[in-house]
Design a protein around this ligand. Structure first.
Ligand code: LLP
Length: 427
């Protein structure tokens, strides 16, 4: 985002107010070049290690346009549902670079993954070993074993995943039983390595070192005990981003340095051949590429209290503040930052908890002003709902002064398109 010579704000070379006028609000705007630059940063930060594979965690934002951009940067995908797999397939991506992951994949989803040629399945639990074995009768399937490394990182409780009491993956004490089951009863399953993910929006790099130590140690132990040659470790995603001035995440380069140094040490310590290192960043790839534009409507001054300023969106297009107490930064696009007032940005949904930003300083916010919320690329659209039967916003992709719709704004007809009135209720 930058200010042009006429003092107007641009994103991807497109006038921000112009985007709001042309496409309406709320509007998700995604800057293609930012995604590409971050993908390139990831590749260059890890370039020292030859056997690195990047998978974009689609759950952060999944649609055909974004999938085709990250695929064209050489990334594969971490997909967690039939819907994500189908979207990635429809974007034309190389399905052999897709890993299917999740704690309760259905029979239909696994069948779809196998039919569409997904390259790896991360097996999460004993039930899934037998389900997959049943489905893999006619073809061989490469799998990873998802393990719970027992690492707690300092992030919101709901987005921690690597701690011992977690719904994801095999406990360290269950690994051998799982490996033995795969080796003795699952002829068509080929175990290629281990997978873990410790959490999201992580600001400390040490937890990645701890995770790598555990993954390499277990890989070496399994190879030795069962005379195998497992050669892949997948450390998941989780690298944090800066939502507000209070956030200080390490750069991709700093994180890469820590990860690669720890990996080298662990390889030496446990005397294994360098394994393939798989990463699954989601938020850190897509978050900063996105902003959401809203129009300010009503406002309310509580006597001697809060001034609420309401926007035309809220918790249905960005549930993160209501769910996790997540903080965002925002500004008014059409006004200079003078005579600031402390206000609270309220959403339009029928819930008191639908507050997007508490106590933010804005220049005299009034009806018709365009509010731009930063860093909304990750886990906004992908977690959006139709709460209160409100249509989901449109999404535009901007690049080189061009804007293209990549998600059409839902219509009222879209909202009822799956409704059915049974005949017996019809008069
Ligand atoms: N790999 C696995 C196995 C995951 O479970 C996740 C995220 C990722 C990779 C990507 O993590 P990232 O790089 O995006 O941190 N809805 C929450 C975030 C949930 C993350 C779930 N797993 C939020 O809005 O903060």
């Amino acid at each position: 985002m930058r200010t042009n010579s006429n003092g107007r704000l641009e994103i991807g070379g497109c006038d921000v107010i112009g985007l709001a006028e042309k496409y309406g609000t709320p509007l998700y705007v995604i800057d293609e070049q930012t995604i590409r630059n971050i993908c390139k940063d990831y590749k260059s930060a890890f370039s020292k290690y030859e056997k690195v594979k990047m998978l974009y965690a689609s759950k952060a934002l999944c649609n055909t346009a974004v999938s085709s951009i990250v695929a064209s940067e050489g990334f594969g995908f971490d997909a967690v549902s039939g819907g994500e797999i189908f979207t990635i397939y429809k974007s034309g991506a190389d399905m052999s670079k897709v890993l299917f992951n999740g704690n309760n994949k259905s029979f239909d989803e696994i069948s779809l993954a196998l039919d569409l040629g997904v390259g790896r399945i991360s097996v999460d639990n004993f039930f899934e070993i037998s389900l997959l074995n049943e489905l893999a009768k006619s073809k061989s399937v490469d799998i990873l074993l998802r393990i719970t490394p027992g690492i707690e990182c300092h992030t919101h409780e709901y987005i921690q995943t690597g701690q011992i009491d977690s719904k994801f993956g095999f406990d360290l004490s269950q690994i051998d039983e799982a490996v033995e089951l795969i080796l003795t009863e699952c002829e068509n399953l080929t175990l290629r390595g281990l997978h873990a993910h410790i959490g999201s929006q992580i600001f400390e790099t040490k937890v990645f070192s701890d995770e790598i130590e555990i993954l390499v140690k277990e890989l070496a132990r399994i190879n030795e005990k069962y005379n195998l040659k497992l050669d892949e470790i997948n450390i998941g995603g989780g690298i944090g981003v800066k939502y507000t001035e209070n956030d200080c995440p390490p750069s991709i380069y700093e994180t890469a340095e820590k990860i690669l140094t720890s990996l080298e040490k662990a390889i030496e310590k446990y005397k294994i051949d360098p394994p393939a290192l798989i990463l699954e960043p989601g938020r850190s790839i897509i978050s900063t590429s996105g902003v959401t534009l809203y129009t300010i409507g009503s406002s309310k001054q509580v006597p001697n209290g809060t001034k609420y300023v309401a926007i035309d969106g809220g918790m249905a297009d960005n549930p993160r503040p209501a769910m996790y107490g997540a903080d965002y930064s925002a500004f008014i696009v059409n006004k200079e930052e003078i005579s600031l007032q402390k206000v609270t940005i309220a959403g339009r949904f029928c819930e008191s908890g639908d507050i997007l930003i508490k106590n933010i300083n804005l220049p005299n916010p009034e009806e018709g002003d365009i509010l731009c919320v930063l860093n909304t690329g990750a886990y906004n659209y992908s977690m959006a709902s139709n709460y209160n039967r409100v249509q989901k916003p449109a999404m535009v992709l901007v690049n080189n002064s061009q804007s293209d719709i990549i998600e059409i704004r839902e219509t009222l007809e879209d909202l009822i398109s799956h409704d059915v009135i049974p005949d017996r209720l019809k008069k």
